[in-house]
Design a protein around this ligand. Structure first.
Ligand code: HPA
Ligand code: ZN
Length: 326
């Protein structure tokens, strides 16, 4: 059996995927038609051809534009169910899924519409596909802390449907500390906490320290630049925090897929995981991300298995549930 075949069949967990980033061009066209929205592209090929990004802001522009077709509860259902079918086909048994409510409420789509559509797809996928999922609500860090706080309040009636909160979008000038109060309140409400510390941002190391010392996160999304600071790595290891690295995504928005860094993290005993981030835009789901990592960093089968163990162990499932999955 080749290592690729092994990776394809291996049971997987995904901890870093933005549901809006799973919107494939085909579904984008279908939803545009259903909602009578005209798109500036005639074909799927033309749309993909316009996916022109080489850093985080240029990616985010296309990512937010793409969401304009998501209007009704059924749209969010279809989006989520399509991702979960794809995940199931790659033997993903468990996924923690980000959603960006503010990207929809600013367009006049209600919080309820978004979360109800996603939730219904989660329940159907659990039943029909045996894929187990949890939801993580992300705040957009390039919006104000007040807007994040309002969004947190909107989430409270749905607290039982959300396991934690995260922070995404443009990191430049938007450090973790900007949201200290919001995350403190989220913690008091019982949410687990994570934050994006995107790769090769200004002050990356300082931002990661803030997530530890000022926020008290339970996970770090990306966090590759922690390798620049030995004491920071030691603290992350001590706290057993998972890092959700997204190699194909990094290949687009930074100068490399950072696979040697993934290997370094494994060697140090950090709880590094491999994830897809925005698979419809970066063209690669879980299997493609793990295969690329294995090839580029020349990982052994045991190292590949360790990446997957880290994902199940670093997930936010209760221990008894983790034991059942692997
Ligand atoms: N970083 C920041 N914001 C995002 C990302 C990301 O990788 N994907 C979707 N929103
Ligand atoms: Zn992300």
């Amino acid at each position: 059996e080749s290592i690729e075949t092994f990776i394809e069949g291996m049971p997987k967990a995904e901890l870093h995927v933005h549901i809006e980033g799973t919107l494939e061009p085909e579904l984008k066209f279908e939803l545009a038609k259903r909602n009578s929205i005209s798109l500036p592209y005639a074909t799927v090929e033309e749309m993909r051809g316009a996916y022109d990004f080489d850093d985080l802001p240029s990616f985010l522009k296309i990512y937010y534009e793409g969401m304009s077709v998501l209007i009704t509860e059924q749209d969010f259902y279809d989006l989520t169910y399509a991702y979960l079918e794809k995940a199931h086909a790659q033997n993903v048994l468990y996924a923690e899924i980000f959603f960006d409510p503010q990207a929809h409420t600013v367009r006049g789509v209600s919080y309820d519409t978004v979360i109800k559509g996603i939730r219904r797809a989660q329940l159907d996928a659990r039943k029909n596909l045996n894929v187990d999922t949890r939801l993580i609500m992300c705040f957009l860090r390039d919006m104000s802390a007040e807007s994040a706080m309002k969004t947190l309040e909107l989430s409270l009636p749905y607290k039982d449907w959300i396991i934690g909160v995260g922070l995404d979008s443009d990191e430049a000038g938007n450090p973790p500390l900007k949201f200290a109060e919001v995350f403190k309140k989220a913690r008091e409400e019982g949410y687990l906490l994570t934050m994006h510390c995107d790769v090769d941002q200004n002050n990356s190391v300082q931002h990661i320290w803030q997530t530890l010392n000022d926020i008290g996160v339970d996970r770090i999304d990306h966090g590759v630049n922690s390798l620049e600071d030995e004491a920071l790595c030691a603290e992350i290891i001590k706290r057993k925090l998972a890092l959700t690295v997204c190699p194909i995504s990094n290949g687009y928005v930074t100068d490399s897929m950072k696979t040697p860094e993934i290997k370094k993290m494994l060697d140090k005993g950090m709880r590094v995981t491999v994830n897809s981030d925005d698979p419809a835009y970066f063209v690669g789901y879980m299997t493609e991300n793990i295969v690329k990592t294995q090839q580029e960093a020349n990982l052994s089968k045991n190292e590949v298995i360790q990446l997957t163990r880290n994902a199940f162990d670093g997930s936010w499932l209760p221990q008894a549930e983790k034991d059942k999955l692997h």
